[in-house]
Design a protein around this ligand. Structure first.
Ligand code: ADP
Ligand code: ADP
Length: 229
């Protein structure tokens, strides 16, 4: 069951004399309920691809299909609705609002969608039951990332996109964070796509995609995890 299709998507940045082909006619199907990991050296196009999946960036050519929507032909209001209702984002540097508590940060996201999960329940799921009324500055990096995961998960999104979610954390804390994302994938059924260098996610992933210079060079299916079919 395919959730999203990227069909020969290209992205070209033109800066004066310099042209960068961030993606070169790259195609990928994303399956409903899978946990997909994207690896590749810096500059290989991982973030560009993730941003296109999330409706945060547009393609230069190619098609982006989500269910029966063609996002590559969507206008701003359709893209905003898509981002708001269907997609949760987790970033490297958390992007929490500094003068809101953990609970308020999550509540703000919950209020954007029609059928959010319970804020407290989601904060408990990520292990923050005793930190709900703390401000970001009172939390460790790992705890702040848990808040940001709760903020994404409370929308119960069909697609959860994570760009280097462990990039600012030590290896062990990162491993716990990836474990939480895998748990959301398993228990809530969200399709999860993670760009990461943390190799501990390898065994939890259904598929690992390797990119280089704007192209997918390899897709490895993990036979030890449950098939997304
Ligand atoms: P991992 O840490 O899981 O091995 P990386 O994200 O470091 O994955 O690398 C992804 C892929 O890119 C690997 O196949 C690696 O060999 C290759 N790679 C890493 N760094 C470079 C580089 N500077 N130039 C070319 N290929 C690279
Ligand atoms: P990765 O996430 O694998 O590090 P990116 O998708 O961020 O790679 O970048 C792919 C290529 O596109 C890089 O050469 C990068 O410099 C370029 N690029 C990304 N965003 C922009 C931008 N807004 N303007 C110009 N070039 C960009």
């Amino acid at each position: 069951n395919v959730l999203m299709q990227l069909e020969k998507i290209s992205k070209t940045y033109i800066m004066g004399e310099v042209t960068v082909e961030a993606l070169k006619e790259t195609s990928l199907d994303i399956f409903q309920g899978e946990l997909l990991v994207i690896l590749g050296p810096s500059g290989s196009g991982k973030s560009t691809m993730l941003n296109i999946m999330g409706g945060m960036d547009t393609t230069s050519s190619g098609r982006v299909i989500f269910g029966d929507e063609d996002l590559s032909r969507a206008g701003d209001s359709q893209l905003t609705r898509y981002r708001r209702n269907e997609v949760g984002f987790v970033f490297q540097f958390y992007n929490l609002i500094a003068d809101l508590t953990a609970r308020e940060n999550v509540e703000l996201a919950a209020n954007l969608v029609e059928n959010p999960l319970s804020t407290e329940e989601v904060l408990m799921e990520v292990g923050l039951e005793s930190r709900m009324d703390h401000f970001p500055s009172q939390l460790s990096g790992g705890e702040q990332q848990r808040v940001s995961i709760a903020r994404a998960a409370v929308k119960n999104p069909r697609l959860l996109l994570c760009d280097e979610p462990t990039g600012a954390l030590d290896y062990q804390t990162g491993k716990l964070i990836l474990g939480l994302l895998a748990k959301i994938n398993r228990e809530r059924g969200s399709t999860v796509v993670i760009v990461t260098h943390n190799t501990s996610i390898g065994e939890m992933a259904n598929r690992v995609v390797r990119m280089r210079s704007g192209e997918i060079t390899e897709i490895i299916e993990n036979e030890t995890t449950v098939s997304p079919e």
